[in-house]
Design a protein around this ligand. Sequence first.
Ligand SMILES: Nc1ncnc2c1ncn2[C@@H]1O[C@H](COP(=O)(O)OP(=O)(O)OP(=O)(O)O)[C@@H](O)[C@H]1O
Ligand SMILES: Nc1nc2c(ncn2[C@@H]2O[C@H](COP(=O)(O)O)[C@@H](O)[C@H]2O)c(=O)[nH]1
Length: 204
Amino acid sequence: MSRRGLLFILSGPSGVGKGTVRKALFEKEGNELKYSVSMTTRNMRDGEVDGVDYFFRSREEFERLIEEGKMLEHAEYVGNYYGTPLDYVNQTLDQGYDVFLEIEVQGAMKVKEKVPNGIFIFLTPPDLGELKARIIGRGTDEMSVIEERMEVAKQEIEMMSHYDYAVVNDKIELAVERIEHIIESEHLKVSNVLAHYKEMMKEW
Ligand SMILES: Nc1ncnc2c1ncn2[C@@H]1O[C@H](COP(=O)(O)OP(=O)(O)OP(=O)(O)O)[C@@H](O)[C@H]1O
Ligand SMILES: Nc1nc2c(ncn2[C@@H]2O[C@H](COP(=O)(O)O)[C@@H](O)[C@H]2O)c(=O)[nH]1
């Protein structure tokens, strides 16, 4: 594989279904798309596995990695750090694989500054009532945190204009199909096809 991979960023308000849709997408996509596991300082939830769901790290370690320039982006979200380890993303793109990030909006905007040719996808809820119902239904947050997440969600929805695509998560399978279509279309863009041919021609 000679072409550098494409970087896809799935973002959107808390509870809209980013994790659910991403997992369903990866079950279908096999090995072609690589998921970048994030790092966080929040506590592990029941059923979560270190290195699979997140790299769970202390605040001290996270801050050291920020200082050392090891994070592509990071954000403080509801009292904890979340961030994308830089080396994995760079190495995987260099190997020619597409990389997929699932991150909140502040972090996505930082990636946009650093990687303007990333493909930014905003996952939207069918409506705000459904968003709140999903966060409550998940049963992972206390009511005060849910209210905080809803306030952040309203500000985040206003950031949609900075994204390339908006995908409504009404039904999981439909949201996954919409994202698959986006990935396919991005591969057909002349700029991306041309980059692939330019790399090939260097080798001839
Ligand atoms: N299309 C959908 N229809 C109904 N429920 C959904 C749908 N997508 C996700 N959910 C449910 O909504 C809840 C929130 O989903 P999920 O945890 O994936 O959201 P998230 O955006 O990753 O949240 P966070 O940003 O807080 O990590 C879960 O209980 C999930 O099962
Ligand atoms: N800026 C980043 N945000 C991230 C990253 N990984 C996950 N997230 C987002 O944080 C919130 C909260 O997640 P939760 O697991 O505590 O519910 C959610 O919106 C995630 O998408 C990251 O690397 N950078």
